[in-house]
Design a protein around this ligand. Structure first.
Ligand code: SAM
Length: 285
């Protein structure tokens, strides 16, 4: 089956990690959802497909934007994410929102009918084994003239909340295996020309990839040091090197010390972390 490795990774490793930090991740990434929803320009009554929806927060925001005459389907390849999304949706449905449903599906191969008006994603489209096949499949899942609006991470150098912890962890455990350019993972779409090329190859038109600065939210120096050494490239390197508890403690301590050098510490102790995403839009012919 396509994307077996990512399905296992998101079901057994990254998904459970994400869900264990869910409140922090949602607060952290809220500005990215806002950017995706704004780029999508959603209108009442539209049918929206949220790809790699995770715990479904962006699907819920889309449901508010399209209103009760619209419809939102969130899909994800990992069962724990879909389970969490369904639980939240049941608890948080509000009058005036579109119906929201969630389905376990691989966006690369599942055929979605009837077609959607708009595809959205917050960081859920960088994990395909065959991105051209995936985007071609998604193109036939939208109506003619339908659009996509996706967020993916811009290069590491524009994301100090990841790059600085990664360098600090490298200093402790040594470098990781060399990164294969464009390999499935959080930074697979860090090259705008590559993304434009694959969207065109998949039959999308008018692709625009804009670098959008955003400020992520960190709850506190301690929390952010914990998140940075658990998720993202620094967390992945600690896992790759099977770091012991003492090394992980040292990594968190080093990151905590470095954070005030690039993040703004607000009077309530929370953090404003500069970051950059690629905001990707395109249309189906
Ligand atoms: C970084 S998380 C983002 C989750 C969510 N969009 C959010 O921002 O909270 C990436 C998500 O993409 C999902 N994913 C990875 N490959 C997929 C595929 N081929 N089809 C559908 N979902 C996929 C993962 O299971 C994971 O939930």
């Amino acid at each position: 089956m396509a994307n077996d490795k990512q399905k296992t990774y998101w079901s057994e490793v990254a998904g459970p990690k994400w869900l264990s930090l869910e409140g922090a991740m949602e607060a952290r990434l809220a500005p990215v959802s806002t950017a995706v929803i704004a780029a999508a320009g959603l209108k009442p009554g539209q049918r929206v497909l949220d790809i790699g929806c995770g715990a479904g927060r962006t699907s819920q925001e889309a449901a508010q934007a399209v209103g009760e005459t619209g419809y939102v389907l969130g899909i994800d390849i990992a069962p724990p994410m879909i389970e969490a999304a369904r639980t939240h949706a049941a608890a948080e449905a509000q009058p005036g929102m579109a119906p929201v449903e969630f389905a376990l599906a691989d966006a690369q191969t599942e055929r979605f009918t009837p077609p959607f008006d708009m595809l959205i994603s917050r960081f859920g489209v960088m994990f395909f084994e065959d991105p051209v096949a995936a985007f071609a499949n998604l193109r036939v899942s939208v109506t003619p003239g339908g659009r996509l609006a996706f967020a993916a991470w811009a290069p590491l150098a524009a994301n100090p909340h990841w790059e600085i912890p990664l360098r600090l962890v490298e200093a402790l455990v040594g470098p990781g295996a060399p990164r294969v350019p464009h390999a499935p993972g959080p930074l697979a779409f860090d090259d705008a020309n590559y993304v434009r090329g694959l969207l065109e190859a998949a039959g999308w038109r008018g692709a625009e990839i804009r670098v959008e600065p955003v400020f992520l939210h960190g709850a506190s120096l301690d929390d952010e040091a914990r998140v940075a050494c658990f998720m993202g490239p620094a967390g992945a390197l600690l896992d790759e090197k099977k770091a012991n508890d003492a090394t992980r403690d040292a990594a968190r301590e080093a990151v905590r010390g470095a954070l005030p050098g690039f993040a703004t510490v607000l009077p309530d102790g929370s953090l404003r972390l500069p970051a950059a995403i690629h905001l990707i839009t395109a249309s189906a012919p």
